[in-house]
Design a protein around this ligand. Structure first.
Ligand code: SF4
Length: 198
């Protein structure tokens, strides 16, 4: 984990709020995804980057060929156990702050391979921390763009000033038109299939 560059070094104030807005605006308008695809969902990701859907409108069209220059990992496709360690290694090589979109049913939870796919990881969130899930098999490019906008929301909620306790005050705003789910009251995990069994 890298030391934060500017976050948490200053008290709340007019200057920090203004600088924060400028930094967040710059960051959310210049997301660089990694050039990286694992299966059929990657074709939809490529479509999202091409002329008709044009991810460049969001400043996110500069797909980088190295994780060291990327701040968004779009995991597009089936994650096999063989590939999982590579996915983690690529994630570790990305500089902070970094974000992950799990694109497609395979990546979200195993997808069509959930029951009989002995070789498929049942959700890439077992491998890297996921910020936004985009369901579908495959999701359409519009769905990926929606996920990208939710990542922009998250960047927008980033706070660089300390909060009262002196800790980082990094909030994820609730998406303004996607709704949200409440955690179950009994405290059970929401994704039963991700319980680790030995
Ligand atoms: S979710 Fe469907 S389209 Fe995407 S990688 Fe899996 S099988 Fe392919």
């Amino acid at each position: 984990m890298h030391e934060p560059w500017i976050e948490g070094r200053f008290e709340e104030g007019v200057v920090t709020t203004t600088v924060e807005q400028a930094i967040n605006w710059a960051r959310q308008s210049s997301i660089w995804p990694m050039t990286f695809g694992l299966a059929c969902c990657a074709i939809e990701m490529m479509a999202a980057g091409a002329g008709r859907f044009d991810m460049d409108r969001f400043g996110a069209g500069a797909f980088r060929a190295t994780p060291r220059q990327a701040d968004l990992m779009i995991v597009a496709g089936t994650v096999t156990y063989k590939m999982a360690s590579r996915v983690r290694r690529l994630y570790n090589l990305m500089p902070d702050p970094k974000f992950v979109i799990a694109m497609g049913a395979c990546t979200v939870g195993g997808g069509p391979y959930f029951k009989y796919g002995y070789h498929v990881v049942k959700g890439v969130d077992l491998v890297v921390p996921v910020d936004v899930y985009v369901p579908g098999c495959p999701p359409r490019p519009e769905a990926l763009l929606e996920g990208l906008m939710r990542i922009q929301d998250k960047i927008n909620g980033h706070r660089i000033a300390k909060n009262g306790s002196g800790k980082l005050n990094d909030e994820l705003p609730i998406p303004h038109h996607s709704g949200y789910v409440s955690a179950p009251a009994d405290g059970e995990p929401m994704r039963e299939h991700q319980k680790v069994t030995s």
